[in-house]
Design a protein around this ligand. Structure first.
Ligand SMILES: *[C@@H]1O[C@H](CO)[C@@H](O)[C@H](O)[C@H]1NC(C)=O
Ligand SMILES: *[C@@H]1O[C@H](CO)[C@@H](O)[C@H](O)[C@H]1NC(C)=O
Length: 471
């Protein structure tokens, strides 16, 4: 055998056999693997850094169908733009699929974070969280503080504000109150500063040996955890003396008594993960609702008139109550439409725990899948003229009665976001006070981008004018 034949035998033959075997055992969805190692990651990122990321998915769906194979973030990945497949993935959480995050993320969240928990502990913590932020708890306990804190922060606005920053202050304060009964003070503000560094760490790439944003984030996370551990210990003591505050930490300490003790670390990781969950997404939702309303004067006028009617029946400083929240149908349409168009959670990554059959394909065990909610929300098949902001679509039957799995801004299945209702209530209260107390205009043009997270490039600067004297 000459050299080349040898080469062929050594390299090409095993490769062909390998490919052939893969074909025979697993019929994978069609698709592109892109370049070696980086795959199609760069195409994906550059698409999501623009206001219109849809072509990335559109092109692949047109060529390969709604379930295709790609290679992103270092791994071959099955991408689903199909609502039935997405629903199947959500419903089979913990059976055929499990959540999967890179190590850099789990270090920041803490290993006992709700996002990373599995099995029966996850079940217990998830249903605990659900029951603590369900609608009757919001109605009877949380709403009064939401209303008070939103008004407190809005009262200090004048002239030009960076809406995204202001919204973050509000949602941080709401979350601190709900978790641990803290009102805004120097302590919460310094915790928030550390916490901002932690959040930044989620969107940076960890490099060993270099003092990067990621290392800063890890340090900040340690500080946040230390501060919260002190709070937990203090509250344990109080609780053993029979003093119980009516907040999530209090409920957790009570739940302990009934269902077995949690370590400080478990409680702290849990608090950190709820802070992450409650803070970033809800503040972005507030900001984007205002952005879309600013760009749609008709929608703004209708929302304003709905909120003014509610205010007209109340005193200037009277707090909103549950019945008020329940009489904002158009505002709810605006919130749904903001959720649909902005796709704060664009989808979820999962890993298969065994070979999984989907639509005649076999996804091998251990593979990554991405259920894209965004692709479904942006699909004309499911929402007429899907790529325009149209809150009125939710008034017609077609908007609000779409088949299950089609509109899933909060995910679903065993990992449904427990905060779906409290996010809605917080944004509704915020919009109420904003439109009844202020008028505003965009101070600069600002663009929406979707990578690394959904946000506007300039944090949404607006010029505000006070409408009423008394706040
Ligand atoms: C909400 O949770 C509480 C327990 O925290 C429970 O008593 C109540 O029935 C729940 N309400 C709803 C509407 O699920
Ligand atoms: C908004 O979406 C939710 C599903 O998340 C749905 O239950 C609700 O009816 C929608 N609201 C309106 C006004 O259509």
């Amino acid at each position: 055998m000459d050299y080349y034949t040898l080469l062929t035998v050594i390299i090409i033959l095993p490769l062909t056999l390998l490919l052939f075997r893969r074909r025979r055992n697993h019929l994978l969805p069609p698709g592109n693997y892109g370049l070696p190692l980086i795959g199609e990651t760069l195409q994906l990122i550059s698409a999501y850094k623009t206001e219109n990321p849809e072509p990335f998915v559109d092109e692949r769906v047109a060529r390969f169908g709604p379930v295709f194979t790609t290679h992103i973030f270092g791994e071959a990945t099955i991408f689903s733009a199909d609502p039935d497949v997405n629903r199947y993935i959500l419903q089979n959480e913990g059976k055929l699929f499990e959540c999967s995050y890179p190590g850099s993320i789990s270090n920041l969240l803490g290993k006992h974070s709700l996002l990373l928990m599995k099995g029966s502990l996850h079940k217990r913590m998830h249903s605990f969280t659900m029951s603590f932020v369900n609608s009757s708890i919001i109605r009877d306990h949380l709403l009064v503080d939401i209303d008070r804190l939103v008004r407190f922060f809005l009262a200090s606005w004048s002239d030009r504000v960076l809406l995204m920053e202001e919204a973050k202050k509000i949602t941080f304060a709401l979350t601190m109150k709900q978790l641990m009964s803290f009102d805004p003070c120097d302590w919460t503000e310094s915790l928030r500063k550390e916490y901002l560094l932690v959040i930044e760490g989620f969107f940076t790439i960890p490099l060993p040996f270099f003092p990067t944003a990621y290392n800063r984030a890890i340090k900040a996370r340690t500080k946040v955890a230390e501060a919260l551990t002190l709070v937990v210990r203090e509250r344990r003591k109080e609780s053993e003396q029979g003093e119980r505050k009516d907040d999530i930490l209090g409920a957790l300490l009570k739940e302990e008594v009934e269902g077995g003790r949690f370590s400080d670390e478990v409680i702290v990781d849990f608090l950190v993960s709820l802070l992450v969950a409650g803070y970033e997404t809800t503040s972005t939702l507030m900001t984007l609702a205002v952005k879309f309303l600013t760009e749609n004067p008709l929608a703004l006028a209708q929302l304003k008139s709905e909120q003014e009617n509610i205010r007209a029946l109340k005193g200037d400083n009277e707090a909103l109550v549950w019945a008020d929240y329940k009489s904002m149908p158009f505002t709810q349409c605006v919130i749904n439409e903001t959720l649909r168009v902005s796709n704060l959670i664009g989808g979820i990554f999962r890993r298969t725990t065994s070979d999984v059959q989907i639509r005649g394909y076999t996804i091998p065990k251990g593979w990554k899948v991405f259920a894209s909610f965004r692709a479904v929300h942006m699909d004309d098949q499911h929402f007429k003229d899907a790529r325009s902001f149209n809150p009125w679509r939710w008034q017609s039957d077609t908007g609000s009665t779409c088949s299950p799995g089609v509109f899933s801004p909060f995910g679903g299945g065993p990992r449904l976001c427990p905060g779906y209702e409290i996010a809605r209530v917080s944004v509704s209260v915020f919009l109420h006070h904003l439109v009844t107390k202020y008028s505003w205009e965009a101070a600069e043009e600002d663009k929406l981008v979707f990578f690394p997270t959904t946000r506007t490039q300039k944090r949404m600067p607006i010029n505000v004018k006070r409408r009423v004297a008394s706040m």
